[in-house]
Design a protein around this ligand. Structure first.
Ligand SMILES: [Fe+2]
Length: 315
């Protein structure tokens, strides 16, 4: 498949009929240096949600330039591992790595856990819009990362469920390592007060690039849904995740050394396999800001009271 603009051509090969495409004719660095190619690439990302360049050699400065074209970059180097090395001089590159140097310092986040389906950082006011991976060192066999199209999942929901969730909002709260499978299975709920603090996001958000509705779920099933009881909210999130798990709108593949992969963090969920701690995996990880999660069905009430707990002092 070819996309053409102003004498520039992007050649794509679909990875599945519903998500993912390989870019075949240009490198990520070439795209970063060419506004016409970048425009084509953004259009391709809007349609395919996951894009992969294979066999890349890219410098830190080049990948920062490439990722910056999609939005302001976010410093995501793990605050819980402040001594980690990452890429000195490049604050916007986090290394996902379980490796240690000769002095025992971590190269990256120090995590090799299997992860459940999730979107990144829903608890932030402005979650990442596009996520970038660049594989530099990979175990054998390499762990798989899977991506699921949540526009397709929303579309497949029964109409009764679409009607039920259309106006609901969810509070995405902070829970350390909530995406790790062990934490998901065994992690106790935080007190309600802590779960009621976080990003208030719609269950159905708008994909700004295509105007399509997206099913947008919090990772934690004990997330607060204003207007629903605790048990009703939990049951609803369990049901929506079970439905999501049953829908095969996925592409799964390893992040090989030399792969640059970018994906739409609003319109997809992703998960990865774990790997043995005896094997090292290094993947550069960059995040570009997206939108704050625009509701697909916005409330039209004038003077909407979105922060009922705020007290304004009298003069
Ligand atoms: Fe993630």
């Amino acid at each position: 498949m070819e996309m053409i603009s102003n004498n520039k051509t992007l050649v794509l090969e679909k990875l599945t009929p519903w998500i993912g495409a390989d870019i075949k004719n240009v490198s990520a660095s070439e795209c970063a240096a060419d506004t016409n190619l970048l425009a084509l690439l953004k259009e391709a990302l809007a349609q395919h949600l996951v894009l992969r360049f294979r066999g890349q050699t890219i410098t830190p400065a080049e990948i920062v330039r490439f990722a910056s074209a999609f939005g302001p970059l976010i410093d995501v180097r793990s605050p819980s591992v402040p001594q980690a090395i990452h890429v000195p001089g490049h604050d916007m590159i986090q290394i996902l790595s379980n490796g240690l140097d000769a002095q025992g310092r971590r190269f990256g986040d120090g995590n090799n856990s299997e992860q459940i389906w999730h979107t990144d950082a829903g608890q932030w006011e402005v979650p990442p819009g596009v996520v970038f991976f660049y594989g530099t060192q990979v175990p054998n066999p390499p762990p798989q990362t899977a991506y699921k199209n949540m526009i397709k999942v929303y579309d497949a929901l029964p109409q009764a469920m679409k009607d039920r969730i259309r106006d609901l909002r969810v509070i995405h709260h902070m829970y350390p390592r909530s995406v790790d499978i062990k934490v998901h299975r065994e992690g106790a709920s935080l007190p309600l007060e802590q779960r009621a603090t976080g990003g208030i996001k719609p269950l159905v958000r708008r994909h700004l690039a295509t105007n399509a509705p997206i099913l947008y779920l919090p990772t934690r099933r004990d997330s607060v849904i204003p207007g629903l009881s605790e048990s009703d909210a939990h049951a609803l999130l369990d049901e929506l995740w079970a439905f999501t798990n049953s829908q095969d709108f996925d592409w799964s593949g390893p992040t090989e050394a030399g792969d640059v992969i970018l994906f739409d963090n609003a319109a997809t969920v992703h998960r990865r396999q774990g790997w043995p701690d005896t094997q090292r995996r290094d993947v550069w990880h960059l995040l570009a800001e997206g939108d704050s999660a625009t509701p697909y069905f916005p409330k039209k009430t004038p003077n909407l009271n979105i922060a009922p707990s705020v007290k304004v002092a009298a003069d």
